[in-house]
Each structure stands twice: as structure tokens, then as C-alpha cells.
Design a protein around this ligand. Structure first.
Ligand code: SF4
Length: 557
């Protein structure tokens, strides 16, 4: 077993020395404690910019898991208030519909998590080797279908949470916890003493709309509705995961395979059984190869399904055929089924903040205070303001305009459909920049699209600071993956509906060269595409292996 496995086993269900270390004046936790902190949704980090000048300043990233990205007005106001009290005065929407606080100091942790607890939010199991925040379609466009899957989303989120009382003891009842004894009867019936070998992600998508990138999950769930719109069951996919590890050749991104179709009442048991397959057969000696996808790789779908069948007492039917028409978040104003309205706002890199261009945080606070709408966070790091009465639409538009917040339609298409992970300066794994350079990368790519006469083309661009792929670059039409300082690998040809991986086009391209590298490709795309063909589909159809050497010669020339 790896060191991480032994640590989990000896941790008394994820308690370790967290309580004791919280009482010291040190601004950091010990190494073993930082491993356990992740299960509590907390990453210890240092500012990599400051580190260059010899200063090592510790801070913490806190991830608040929000199933399906559904946030009540009270919760949003609390999240916003706390952004002024801790961290860097920003809220960051993640690609899994969480909210992250960055640059929180150690002495602020308990107060933050207690305040979250008061509005029913927590960071428990938002990271670590457990089932993390479960994603789902946030858009109210298909509210009646969404309403039918919501109970299953909440049940999965509840049932698959670790049962240990560690989080409550350490963060919520901190004073009492000093004398709190581990209840002898506490068990982890699903996870056992060593939890899972690695993280486990679950996501729902509605039929035809893959806005959540359902194939990138360890378990993807797609409901099936009969001709009356009534829920009839779920197709279950397994074995997706987009991360790769530098220097580990066997690691690779993988899309989930369709495994089976189950009746609604059998969903939770099926998903829990898949979690136990990961628990029992995932690699516990090498964390780089420990995701469920490597079990699928080794076994194939047939053997995996046979093992699953042995672990459940209900029938597993053949999966339904899935087809996809869209994957974009709905921007701008839309009418809901209930006669109210929602507006989709583009949040670049998911960062809700006030800066020189716009005061998005202030605008959202004002809107939530005045109109009490629901807030929905999307898996593409955007935000929807939902449940708005017709008469308030104008006022909301005015507040947004007064605060300099532009509607998505006013932004260049590339920026509108891009994503980036946080990377430098806070992420310890980052090899180079992502979020901070996204606007300039998007601008450069947009210029080349404009030059090729493709100014309205909504090409997906996703940038990460390392191959772990947190912003899902490997399913994008253009994936830009950091390799070392200012050098990126370029992946091209992902499907715009998330059903095909992009393929490596070029390694170690300088950031400033990315637009030049793409320029001849866009020129060819403009000439050779079929009507309404997307960039990713064209690239895939045009034959990567034949085209790549020609284009690289042009780039070099
Ligand atoms: Fe950090 Fe890499 Fe994830 Fe970006 S992709 S947030 S650099 S681990």
C-alpha cells in the first residue's frame, strides 16, 4: 500500500492530528495532516509567486461542495459575505459546480466552515479519495425533467458521503472536539478504513444536453424519459476521467463507457456497487493509476458489467443509445416552464470578483438581496440567476450594466466558451499559468479566427496549468495543457458535445506562439468544413495523422 493508504488507515476515520494541529500557532499543517485535510475539502498551498522571492506563505483553498450547483439566496449571501471576511475576496465556481475560497489562512478555517454549516453548506468530501460533489444540469430550461432527477442527485450525495463524524468534530464543534472520543460504533460501511484508492466523480446529464461533460466522470448517469416525459430509468456509464500524470506513460484521459440501464429504484444501489468495485479493485500502490478508469481498461466492459451484476440484486439492462445535440450553457434571458425567467451569465474562469473591468460580486449581491432569485452554478463555471419575475428583468439588466457586467453575447465567442483551471500562483501542481493567461490566449485565438473569416465560430478552448486536466481540456475542441514554464501541449479535435477525446497535435509550444500555430489550421478549416461543421468535428474528420505533419511544416516555415 502507498503511504497515502497507510495514512488513511491510521487516521481514525480521517481525524488524524487535525484537532491538535489547529490549536498550534503554526500557519501550516504537517504533511500527514494535509493529506487528511483534503477529505475535509481543504488544500494547503503556498503562493508560488512569493516563493520565487524566497518567501513561503501558507494559505488554504476551501472547496464547498454544492450538489448540482443549486444555491439558495440565503446560501449565496452567506458565501458572498464570507468572501469579504476570509481569503482573497473572490468566489470561484469550479468545473464541478463547487465554490472555492482561495488564500484563506489557517486561523480562519473554523469560522468559515462553521458559518457555512449554518446555511447547510460544507466542504466535507469535496476533495479526497471519496465520492466528490455530484454534478447535474443547472439550467432550468428543462425543469420538469430536472425535478424528477433531483431526488436521486440528493440521495446519491447523501448516501455516498463518508459517515465519519470527523468533519463535525474538527470544524463545527471544535471546542467540544478536544475531549471528544471516537465513538466505538462508528463505521464506514461503504468505504472501509482506507476509503477509495483515489477520487471518484459522479455526474448527471439530461438526454441530448451534455453541458456537464458526463463522459468525464467515474460514473455518468443519463435519465431516460418516456413519451409522457415520465422518468423511466437511467443509463449508467463508468470509467471516465481526464487526468494524466507527467512522466507516467500509462496514465491517460479516458471517456466513460455505457454499462447498463436500470430502473429508477435501482439507481442508488447500482452506483454504490460501482463505488465498491473501485474500492476493492482500484490500484492502491500507485496513485497515478488508481482511478476507476484503469480498472475498466484492464477488464473491459464485459468483465466489469459481470462484476457489477454479481454485486447487485436487481436486473441490469442494456444501456440506451445516447445522442447529444448540445453542450453549451444557456446565456442571456430565457423563459422557464413556470412562466418565470432566468438569465445565464458568463463568468470567465468561474471567478466571481470585483476588478477594474466589472464588479460582478457586487452586482450579484445586489440582485440576490433585492429579488431573492435562485442561483445555479454550472459545470462550465458559469452562473444562472433563476426564478425571476418578468417585471424584474429590466432592473436586473440595469444593475448588471451599472456594475460593468457584460452579457455573454457581448463577449468574443472564444472567451464565451472557454475554461481554465486556477493553476499559478496557488495550485501546488501547476507547471505553468492557466487562469491568469486565459484572456490573452482567448484573444489571440479569436484574432486568428477573425482573420480566417470565422469570427462567429464558437470554438471551445480549455486551458490547464498541468496535465491533471481540471478544466477538462481533453474533451475540448482545442485543449491547451501546461507542460513547463510557458510551454503547452496542444490537443485538437474533441467533440463539441464531449463524446470524443482531443488528440495531441504539438508538444511544448510557447504560449505566445499558440495563435500562430493555429492560424493555418483555421484557414484550412474555413475552406474545407462542411456546412455548420464544428472545428472539432472537422479536425477529426479531416484525418489528424495526414494533416499534422503538413501543418507543422507550415508552422515551422
Ligand atoms: Fe492545478 Fe493542474 Fe488542476 Fe490546474 S489542472 S488546477 S494546475 S492540478
Amino acid at each position: 500500500m502507498s503511504l497515502a493508504e497507510r495514512l488513511k488507515e491510521a487516521s481514525q476515520h480521517l481525524r488524524g492530528s487535525l484537532n491538535q494541529e489547529l490549536t498550534t500557532s503554526s500557519p501550516e499543517f504537517s504533511k500527514p495532516a494535509t493529506t487528511l485535510l483534503k477529505f475535509h475539502g481543504i488544500y494547503q498551498q503556498t503562493d508560488r509567486d512569493l516563493r520565487k522571492s524566497g518567501t513561503k506563505e501558507h494559505s488554504f483553498m476551501i472547496r464547498i461542495g454544492i450538489p448540482g450547483g443549486f444555491v439558495t439566496p440565503e446560501q449565496y449571501l452567506q458565501l458572498d459575505t464570507l468572501a469579504d471576511e476570509v481569503g482573497d475576496a473572490t468566489l470561484r465556481i469550479t468545473s464541478r459546480q463547487d465554490i472555492q475560497y482561495h488564500r484563506v489562512s489557517k486561523h480562519e478555517l473554523r469560522d468559515l466552515l462553521r458559518a457555512m454549516d449554518k446555511v447547510g453548506l460544507s466542504s466535507w468530501a469535496a476533495c479526497g479519495d471519496v465520492v466528490r460533489n455530484t454534478t447535474a444540469q443547472a439550467s432550468p430550461l428543462r425543469a420538469s425533467e430536472q425535478k424528477q432527477i433531483l431526488p436521486y442527485l440528493l440521495e446519491i450525495s447523501k448516501t455516498l458521503k463518508p459517515k465519519s463524524a470527523a468533519y463535525a468534530e474538527v470544524w463545527v464543534d471544535g471546542e467540544q472536539a478536544a475531549t471528544f472520543e471516537t465513538p466505538s460504533q462508528e463505521t464506514e460501511p461503504l468505504y472501509g478504513e482506507t476509503y477509495l484508492p483515489r477520487k471518484f466523480k459522479i455526474g448527471f446529464a439530461l438526454p441530448g444536453d451534455n453541458a456537464t461533460d458526463v463522459y468525464s466522470n467515474d460514473v455518468g448517469i443519463v435519465p431516460w424519459f418516456d413519451s409522457n416525459g415520465t422518468l423511466d430509468g437511467f443509463t449508467i456509464l463508468a470509467g471516465g476521467g481526464l487526468g494524466m500524470s507527467n512522466g507516467v506513460k500509462a496514465s491517460h484521459p479516458r471517456l466513460a463507457d455505457p454499462i447498463c440501464f436500470v430502473a429508477p429504484q435501482d439507481l442508488i444501489a447500482t452506483v454504490a456497487a460501482i463505488v465498491t468495485i473501485h474500492r476493492d479493485f482500484g490500484n492502491r500502490s500507485n496513485r497515478k493509476l488508481a482511478r476507476l478508469k484503469y480498472v475498466l481498461d484492464a477488464w473491459g466492459v464485459e468483465k466489469f458489467t459481470a462484476e457489477l451484476r454479481d454485486r447487485v440484486s436487481h436486473e441490469l439492462h442494456a444501456p440506451k443509445t445516447l445522442t447529444w445535440q448540445t453542450s453549451h450553457d444557456p446565456f442571456g434571458w430565457h423563459l422557464q416552464e413556470d412562466g418565470k425567467w432566468f438569465v445565464g451569465l458568463r463568468v470567465v474562469s468561474g471567478r466571481i470578483q470585483d476588478d477594474a473591468q466589472a464588479s460582478l460580486r457586487k452586482a450579484l449581491r445586489r440582485i440576490v438581496e433585492l429579488f431573492r432569485p435562485e442561483i445555479r452554478l454550472t459545470a462550465q463555471q458559469n452562473l444562472l440567476i433563476a426564478g425571476v419575475s418578468e417585471e424584474y428583468r429590466g432592473e436586473i439588466d440595469l444593475i448588471l450594466a451599472d456594475h460593468g457586467v457584460r452579457h455573454a453575447a457581448e463577449l468574443p465567442p472564444v472567451l464565451r466558451h472557454s475554461m481554465a483551471c486556477p493553476a499559478l500562483p496557488t495550485c501546488g501542481q501547476a507547471l505553468t499559468e492557466a487562469e491568469r493567461v486565459l484572456p490573452s490566449i482567448a484573444e489571440g485565438i479569436q484574432s486568428e479566427l477573425n482573420r480566417a473569416g470565422l469570427s462567429h465560430e464558437a470554438v471551445q478552448v480549455r486551458v490547464t496549468g498541468c496535465p491533471n486536466g481540471c478544466a477538462r481540456p481533453f474533451t475540448a475542441e482545442i485543449g491547451i495543457v501546461g507542460q513547463s514554464v510557458d510551454l503547452y501541449s496542444l490537443y485538437l479535435g474533441g467533440s463539441p458535445v464531449g463524446t470524443r477525446l482531443a488528440r495531441l497535435f504539438a508538444h511544448n509550444i510557447k504560449r505566445s506562439e499558440i495563435p500562430n500555430v493555429l492560424s493555418p489550421i483555421f484557414a484550412r478549416f474555413a475552406e474545407a468544413r462542411a456546412a455548420a461543421e464544428s472545428f472539432g468535428d472537422w479536425w477529426n474528420r479531416s484525418g489528424v495523422h495526414e494533416l499534422t505533419p503538413v501543418l507543422l511544416t507550415e508552422v515551422v516555415a
